[in-house]
Design a protein around this ligand. Structure first.
Ligand code: ADP
Ligand code: MG
Length: 457
């Protein structure tokens, strides 16, 4: 009997053939899913690496917009999207504003210039505080009101992921758009969430930084406003004196010109004195205006001796009229400090005005104010403002630096608090020590410009 005609054998061979084909197919399937898994793992790895690089850059980059643009680019490439945008939530208007975008027309950008809750896919995502996925705008009810703009902008699918802060409040929105209907995979969405939380952290971080800067600027402004009150007296003195002299010399001049014949020499001398005094008055105004100028911190290389000289010139008549003798000890060998000159003037001025106030009740001993400049270790300088006044009560020693602590009927109690914050922002310290006999000494340190505050360990 030959093999071809044996039906049992043929059946057996056919079965084996079927089994072999099946096994081959299974192996192909397995290999394909292994390839797919490898591809997915590679994509995820690339996305994670991008995320890591992004968070590293967060530490160095000062501006928010370029960082958000990077997050957007990463999200677009992860999702294989055609375009996308990042919006920021503006809590004064309650709307989302586009701050970074890729691939949109002007028409679209104008339409979505600011989005309020519920008016579109991202509006709905903002309202629900959760992601909205529109796989096809033509099929999804969410988009009925904006079908035209979707058609004009050229997208059929969109994914809007809210960016939420650590306390759950909405900070913005990360959206990716697709020209064709699109359903994102689970893995893509998981990675997108990581990008979104990275973007939310970025926004929160930058907003906190901005709030801090604003608070500092406001504090500095308050300090200047407060100084205004304290300076009114010295302005009056500084201006009144030369003005009185100008009036006296002007009438003298009129008198000399009235003579017959007019005494031109005397009149010319009186005019020269008028010019000198008027210049003195205007210099005082310039000095005081500099102190009160409103603005942001501007650091430059500053000679502390000059700062003290400028403050001393400003309060010169105040010191004289209160019968105080001022003694200044400078050190001209000191290196410069990197500082905001006006802020340092404010610190010194506040310490000097406080010392003058503390000297006011003193009648039984000399009213002495002494300002010393010296080295503090190798990396910093020290300024000490010492008075023979009433001194700080022991229980007030630390309180004196708290905001709104004052023992004066018209005091604000902000001077020392603001001065300490200024000195600390410059890397220094401000503190007080009682004098051996009478009065108080306030000291502050400032690191030299080109050296660190503390020597390396
Ligand atoms: N040189 C000083 N001698 C004694 N007390 C002082 C001196 N400087 C400050 N103080 C005390 O610290 C308080 C707080 O000072 P400050 O913050 O400048 O606010 P203010 O001058 O408006 O009271 C003052 O009211 C005063 O009691
Ligand atoms: Mg004060």
């Amino acid at each position: 009997m030959n093999a071809e005609s044996d039906p049992v054998r043929t059946q057996l061979e056919e079965r084996r053939l079927r089994e072999l084909r099946h096994a081959l197919q299974e192996e192909r399937c397995l290999r394909k899913s292994a390839d797919d898994a490898r591809l997915r793992a590679n994509t995820e790895l690339a996305a994670m690496m991008q995320l890591h690089q992004l968070s590293t850059r967060l530490l160095t980059q000062a501006e928010l917009s370029p960082l958000l643009e990077e997050v957007l680019d990463a999200a677009i490439s992860l999702m294989n999207a055609d375009f996308g945008n990042v919006q920021l939530y503006d809590d004064t208007t309650g709307a989302l504003k586009i701050v970074a975008q890729r691939g949109f027309t002007h028409e679209f950008l104008d339409y979505f210039a600011s989005v309020r809750e519920g008016s579109s896919a991202c509006g709905v995502a903002m309202q629900r505080r959760e992601r909205v996925i529109v796989e096809d705008v033509l099929e999804d009810g969410t988009f009925t009101s904006c079908l035209n703009i979707a058609a004009a902008a050229g997208f059929r699918a969109v994914t809007c992921t809210p960016l939420c802060g650590s306390s759950g409040d909405i900070l913005g929105m990360l959206s990716t758009h697709f020209r064709r209907p699109h359903r994102p995979t689970r893995a893509e969405l998981q990675l997108l969430d990581l990008y979104a939380s990275q973007a939310a952290q970025l926004i929160e971080h930058k907003q906190a930084q901005k709030a801090l800067t604003d608070a500092r600027v406001e504090l500095a402004r308050m300090m200047r406003v407060m100084m205004m009150g304290e300076l009114v007296a010295s302005i009056a003195h500084e201006i009144k004196q030369p003005l009185a002299a100008v009036v006296a010399n002007a009438s003298a001049c009129a008198h000399w010109l009235d003579q017959c014949p007019p005494d031109i020499d005397e009149a010319t001398e009186a005019v020269a004195r008028i010019i000198r005094d008027a210049n003195r008055a205007s210099e005082s105004i310039v000095r005081i205006r500099t102190l009160l100028q409103r603005g942001v911190v501007q650091k430059s290389a500053v000679d502390i001796n000059e700062v003290i000289a400028e403050v001393a010139a400003t309060v010169q008549s105040e010191i004289r009229d209160r019968g105080v003798s001022l003694c200044r000890v400078r050190d001209t060998t000191l290196p410069l400090v990197a500082a905001d000159r006006v802020q340092l003037q404010q610190v010194v001025l506040n310490l000097v005005m406080n010392a003058l106030d503390a000297l006011n009740p003193v009648t039984q001993r000399a009213r002495v104010l002494r300002i010393d400049v010296s080295r503090h270790g190798t990396h910093a300088l020290q300024v000490s403002v010492r008075d023979s006044g009433v001194g700080l009560r022991p229980e007030h020693r630390e309180q004196a630096f708290s905001a709104f602590h004052t023992t004066k009927p018209t005091g604000l109690g902000m001077g020392l608090a603001i001065s300490r914050s200024i000195v600390e922002a410059h890397g220094g310290r401000l503190w007080a020590t009682p004098n051996d006999n009478y009065g108080e000494t306030f000291h502050f340190t400032l690191p030299f410009a080109d050296l660190p505050d503390t020597p390396p360990a």
